[in-house]
Design a protein around this ligand. Structure first.
Ligand SMILES: NC(=O)c1ccc[n+]([C@@H]2O[C@H](COP(=O)([O-])OP(=O)(O)OC[C@H]3O[C@@H](n4cnc5c(N)ncnc54)[C@H](O)[C@@H]3O)[C@@H](O)[C@H]2O)c1
Length: 280
């Protein structure tokens, strides 16, 4: 049993993409679902791969928390409508929606195919649009709710992920627009922009080898703190934004990125550890 601080005690949360790509470590959706449950929420765990969400459910159940799995493809309106209905039937309402589904894809404006563009927008943006479309009326009817959109620093800095960046930028734009439209209904809408965190999804993208090791070292070294970030770092930010502690925070994008947006890349050069300096 885990000691509960109760920061979201009695609330009902939906977390989309609440499973995690198989591998060591934890994805942001899985960590967020577990953290919300630890803080007293009942959580509906939405994932295309139910066996992944089932692992999250087992982890929550082991800690004495409450969660149910909803298997579905959140790019589809019927699935999102059914997901919200299921949360209401299982737990009575929806107080919190964490739009966490996302998948990075490399490509420039020249080599990104139309199919890859559509897919990136479907996964990273349409899922949040549809989930919100059906969750907002439930929140509006009770005059309260919190939506947390998991964006990325890719929306704010160039990194060769054209379609993904465009989708995440769209998610940040959607965040402020929804915050405007639904503020008077008591609904807060915020985004989190994670940096170069280490999750199983990220680690599964590149083949093991010296280059992958170097890039992994740089995930830590590129930030001001020089330490690795994980799904848990995003999860605790999401718990804050979901909770009443953030009652006066809406329309914000919170970077969780070890300060990579706060420094010019050149000035990080002398701080890189394990990278040889040129001779004096
Ligand atoms: N890992 C990073 O460095 C990083 C950085 C910035 C932002 N992010 C964002 O964090 C979020 C989660 O990333 P992660 O690394 O934890 O990923 P992950 O792959 O471990 O988890 C995402 C889950 O979403 C599920 N999913 C995918 N498409 C779905 C669909 N159509 N319907 C329902 N479920 C679906 C997957 O099955 C998976 O279990 C994403 O939005 C990602 O863009 C990650």
């Amino acid at each position: 049993m885990v000691e509960r601080a109760g920061r979201v005690e009695g609330k009902v949360a939906i977390v989309t993409g609440a499973g995690s790509t198989p591998g060591p470590g934890v994805g942001t959706g899985k960590a967020t679902a577990v953290a919300l449950a630890r803080e007293g929420a009942s959580v509906l765990l939405v994932d295309l791969h139910p066996e992944r969400a089932e692992e999250t459910r087992a982890m929550i159940a082991e800690e004495g928390g409450k969660a149910e799995v909803f298997a579905g493809d959140a790019t589809r309106a019927e699935a999102c409508e059914a997901m919200v209905r299921t949360a209401v039937e299982a737990f009575g309402t929806v107080d919190v929606l964490v739009n966490n589904i996302g998948l990075a894809s490399l490509g420039t404006v020249v080599d990104t195919t139309e199919e890859a563009w559509d897919r990136a927008l479907d996964i990273n943006l349409r899922t949040a649009f549809l989930a919100s479309k059906y969750a907002v009326p439930v929140m509006a009817a009770k005059g309260a709710g919190s939506i947390v959109n998991i964006a990325s620093i890719s929306a704010l800095r160039g990194d060769g992920t054209l379609a993904y960046s465009a989708a995440k930028g769209g998610l940040i734009a959607m965040t402020v627009d929804m915050a405007y439209s639904h503020g008077r209904e008591g609904i807060r809408v915020n985004a989190i922009a994670p940096g170069h965190i280490t999750t199983p999804m990220v680690m599964s993208v590149s083949a093991p080898g010296p280059r992958a090791d170097f890039m992994n070292t740089m995930r830590s070294e590129a930030g001001l703190l020089g330490t690795p970030g994980t799904g848990w770092d995003v999860a605790w930010a999401a718990v804050y934004l979901a909770s009443d502690e953030a009652r006066w925070v809406t329309g914000a994008t919170l970077p969780v990125e070890s300060g990579v947006l706060s420094v010019t890349p050149l000035m990080m050069a002398p701080r890189l550890r394990g990278v040889p300096e040129p001779g004096e």
